[in-house]
Design a protein around this ligand. Structure first.
Ligand SMILES: Cc1cc2nc3c(=O)[nH]c(=O)nc-3n(C[C@H](O)[C@H](O)[C@H](O)COP(=O)(O)OP(=O)(O)OC[C@H]3O[C@@H](n4cnc5c(N)ncnc54)[C@H](O)[C@@H]3O)c2cc1C
Ligand SMILES: NC(=O)c1ccc[n+]([C@@H]2O[C@H](COP(=O)([O-])OP(=O)(O)OC[C@H]3O[C@@H](n4cnc5c(N)ncnc54)[C@H](O)[C@@H]3O)[C@@H](O)[C@H]2O)c1
Ligand code: SF4
Ligand code: FES
Length: 817
């Protein structure tokens, strides 16, 4: 195109600016003679990965995007550690702090942002820091070696990622937040509360609705003082209360500046020949703080500079994911309710999943996901497209039922346009990934090396794997395997085989030895490994509470208002006046707002405060009903032959026997049983994981039923004669399920996957059945009642105390459960 190269100067060697010149190099090679100035002493690096560096497991050298050779190979003059001090817009030149003068024909300002440091007394003391660059990250790592207590001011994305990193570095961390809800700019209150609970369980402490008034200490900070007069001790204070676009240079050069440097749709500033891109730019009144929109800006600016036609940048809808391992949070678009919007919500407190989509007319305009963010990309795509989703709201909220291929995640990926951004962190489109696959990239690793997709937060890895399986076809050199989660490419069977072969005995050891790409794992693999290890090594494995969901850690179901529910075990649904009196007395004494019968014939005490749980368990003096766990829940019974005139067998006695035998059993997913005294089936045994129906002279055993979201009628496994036979088949069946199902796979899904005939074949021989029964009995012999364990152990009881009693010093000590 152009003959003599024009001089292009980039001020700011960060993510948006360098991405722009990468595009220019591709679109118009040789068109520009380029010079880059960076205030930091490093080549261009991935700032978002600093959170991962702080959290451990990622090395500083791994976050370099373009090393110094790249600049040299592309003929770019690079000045690092040398900030541009002034711009002469008349003579078109910039002058750096060290005195380097550089002429330009075109100038890009990409100076990013500065952390907003609250103007508090004491803010300049040693030990007070923002979190923006490699230097800050190194300072925090150093501080953690000498000091113990950290305070992070600001419970937004950055503050929480910083706090998680500091916890990993062994510090006690308190997050001080102005608002009542964490991440209030990204989450609605229910999601925010679930997030807080999960982070508390990880060991983070919170002070909400707290206004910091001063930073105390002499030369070095030693704590915070709040506007209500209270104090917090801390040796390291990280300020994460937002960012301010870095506009000083532009302002002093006379460019129009509001909050950011004002640009039009082609990223042109008020001065001809000067452009601004990235966090420092303000487009249509918005200065963005996430890479995806900044990369979109960069792509437009590059086209403009390369003389390639573009309709300009029209602004972005944004989405965010929190990069804290073990917590899946996604937010996009307008997620708050408004008078002209309509919201649909789904909440599963047992699995710790919350989903919300916000509709305006026929369009979806926002979404919040907690616990399961797998639909994030497709929901975001629909939000951005603005297409009508009328009639599909429910399936968008709930995701698509397994096996429904027309709307499977793969089908959705296939339906995306080639311009759809798959990897937000690196701005990689579906089309780019398809190109890489067509060029021979046959593994996720190769696609990462070639396109950078999945190389940053890792959140897009499932989509990259999906695209590989769709477009890799026969040509893909290495087979595409479904890892149990994004942290590994190994599937369940491979992991179990390795655990057995190498005798791995802890979650951490499995992750280390089997090369997890996330050192801390995630909310999918940690509980799964915890289950597999417990199933494989019943005598030696010690359950890792931190790998379990909140409900299982507190042995009670958390409710939407943060209270808990208590469901004592009532074998076979049969209670006694004495038990009922105790339940009533406890309910009165602790002001339990509601006592309710469950669908499984139990009594549920709802609205219990966490600190009351151990006292209530003690006073009830009844075993845990495990209503919160992936475990045997209930054995529902009908009245049977004891009282019913149709009854052919004693269904109550059978049910009680089964419940007493298998209570406390850990299973891949919850398990519900039922026993009916005749084929009228009043206990609804044919929609249970295992249901027993009495017939003349014997019993029928049905398996794989479900009465939940996707109703499935159970199938006949066998017909047996005696109660002993029922016990043997039930034990063998439950153990076979425990040994072969994926973690979190209900029997109804498992049986469709492996087929009933396989189950029948596996249980056909008496010898095999007895071997399975002996393994389940061994497992059961090591189980204890969790409520009793806590009642008898003062250390465990402390986890249930309110913060002020459980903590240290000013009542804010970190609580690790
Ligand atoms: C810890 C952390 C985690 C993050 N995680 C995410 C995430 O998960 N997802 C996401 O989308 N976003 C994330 N962000 C935000 C994201 O990193 C920024 O949006 C992005 O880096 C902004 O790019 P930029 O090029 O505008 O600014 P920067 O990347 O900040 O680059 C600006 C550069 O300009 C330099 N500079 C400033 N003034 C001058 C001058 N006068 N002369 C020369 N150089 C100068 C600065 O030193 C800096 O190196 C995170 C940010 C941080 C700090
Ligand atoms: N995963 C990600 O996408 C990610 C991660 C880190 C950073 N970032 C980006 O980096 C930038 C900086 O992040 P951030 O979290 O600092 O900004 P933010 O503006 O998103 O959040 C700042 C938080 O601090 C709180 N706050 C404000 N004043 C306070 C005070 N006086 N005391 C206590 N709390 C106070 C606010 O209520 C707010 O929730 C943002 O643009 C963010 O999007 C993104
Ligand atoms: S299932 Fe049969 S035995 Fe049981 S209550 Fe109903 S009618 Fe009676
Ligand atoms: S979305 Fe973060 S690496 Fe792709």
């Amino acid at each position: 195109m152009m003959n003599k190269p024009e001089k292009l100067v980039l001020v700011g060697n960060g993510m948006a600016g360098v991405r722009t010149i990468e595009h220019v190099l591709k679109l118009a090679p040789g068109a520009y003679d380029m010079t880059v100035f960076g205030a930091e002493p490093h080549p261009n690096y991935n700032r978002i990965m600093l959170s991962k560096v702080l959290a451990g497991g990622t090395d500083m050298k791994d976050i370099i995007i373009n090393d110094r050779d790249w600049y040299a190979e592309n003929g770019i003059r690079l000045f690092t550690g040398d900030a541009v001090a002034s711009i002469d817009t008349v003579h078109r030149k910039v002058v750096s702090a060290s005195g380097v003068v550089s002429d330009y024909d075109k100038l890009i300002i990409a100076t990013g942002s500065n952390p907003f440091m609250l103007p508090l007394p004491g803010v300049r003391k040693e030990g007070v820091i923002g979190f923006r660059d490699i230097h800050d990250c190194e300072m925090m790592i150093e501080a953690s070696k000498k000091y113990k207590k950290a305070a992070v001011i600001g419970g937004g994305l950055l503050g929480l990622e910083a706090a998680r990193g500091l916890l990993n570095l062994g510090m006690d961390v308190t997050v001080v937040h102005l608002n009542k809800y964490l991440m209030e700019r990204q989450l609605d209150p229910p999601a925010s509360e679930m997030l807080q609970r999960e982070l508390e369980a990880q060991g983070m402490s919170f002070l909400l609705e707290k206004q910091t008034a001063a930073i105390t200490g002499k030369r070095r900070a030693d704590g915070l003082e709040f506007s209500d007069g209270s104090r917090l001790q801390a040796d390291l204070i990280v300020m994460a209360v937002g960012i301010l676009p870095n506009v000083e240079l532009a302002k002093s050069a006379g460019l129009q500046v509001n909050r950011g440097i004002v640009v039009n749709d082609f990223l042109e500033t008020s001065v001809p020949g000067i452009y601004a891109v990235g966090e420092c730019a303000e487009h249509r009144g918005i200065a963005y703080g996430l890479v995806a929109p900044l990369y979109e800006q960069g792509a437009v600016l590059a086209k403009h500079l390369a003389g390639v036609e573009t309709s300009g940048y029209a602004g972005s809808v944004t989405s965010t994911k929190l990069k804290v391992s073990g917590v899946d949070v996604f937010s996009a678009g307008m997620f708050n309710d408004a008078p002209d919007t309509r919201s649909l919500r789904y909440q599963d407190d047992i699995e710790g999943v919350y989903k919300k989509i916000v509709m305006k007319g026929e369009r979806m305009i926002g979404a919040v996901l907690f616990g399961d963010t797998s639909d994030g990309t497709s929901l975001f795509s629909l939000i951005k497209s603005g297409e009508s989703v009328t009639g599909r709201e429910k399936e968008l909220l709930l995701g698509y039922p397994a096996g429904q291929t027309s709307a499977s995640p793969l089908a959705r990926l296939e339906a995306y346009s080639v311009d759809e951004i798959i990897c937000g962190c690196n701005g990689v489109t579906k089309g780019r990934i398809m190109e890489a696959i067509a060029d021979g990239c046959s593994t996720v690793g190769k696609i990462k090396a070639c396109t950078k997709a999945s190389g940053s937060c890792g959140g897009c890895r499932p989509e990259v794997e999906g695209l590989l399986s769709i477009y890799g076809g026969e040509g893909a050199g290495e087979p595409v395997k479904e890892g149990i989660c994004g942290c590994t490419t190994m599937d369940r069977d491979e992991i179990i085989e390795k655990i057995k072969e190498m005798h791995l005995v802890s979650v951490k050891e499995v992750m280390n030895v089997l090369g997890w790409n996330e050192p801390e794992g995630c909310s999918k693999c940690r509980p799964a490994l915890n289950y597999y290890l417990g199933m494989l090594w019943p005598s030696e494995y010690k359950d890792e509470k931190e790998s379990r969901f909140t409900n299982e850690r507190f042995h009670a179901n958390i409710q939407k208002d943060g209270t808990y529910s208590v469901v004592p075990r009532v074998y076979g649904g049969v209670t006694s006046p004495a038990d009922l009196k105790r339940i009533a007395a406890v309910a009165e004494k602790y002001d339990v707002p509601m006592v309710k019968f469950t669908g499984g014939q139990r009594l549920d005490l709802l609205g219990v405060k966490k600190e009351d749980l151990p006292k209530i368990w003690e006073e009830l003096d009844m075993p845990s009903g495990h209503a919160y766990g992936k475990a045997l829940r209930t054995v529902k019974t009908c009245v049977g032959s004891t009282f019913c005139r149709f009854g052919t067998q004693d269904s109550i006695g059978m049910g009680i026997q089964m419940e007493k035998a298998f209570e406390r059993l850990n299973t891949p997913a919850k398990v519900k049983l039922a026993v009916s005294g005749c084929p009228r089936n009043c206990a609804e045994a044919t929609i249970k994981d295992l249901g027993v129906v009495a017939i003349d002279g014997g019993w029928e055993i049905y398996v794989g039923g479900n009465g939940g979201v996707k109703v499935r009628e159970s199938e006949l496994l066998c017909t047996v004669k005696t109660e002993e036979d029922v016990m043997e088949w039930t034990g063998a069946y439950l153990q076979y399920y425990r040994e072969t199902a994926n973690w979190n796979e209900r029997t109804s899904v498992w049986i469709e996957r492996i087929d009933l005939d396989e189950v029948k074949a596996a249980l056909e021989s008496r010898e095999e059945r007895l071997a399975l029964v002996s393994r389940i009995e061994e497992t059961l012999s090591y189980t204890t009642d969790p409520w009793k364990e806590i009642i008898d152990n003062p250390e465990l009881r402390k986890n249930f105390m309110p913060l002020a009693e459980a903590g240290t010093g000013e009542g804010l000590g970190a609580r690790r459960s």
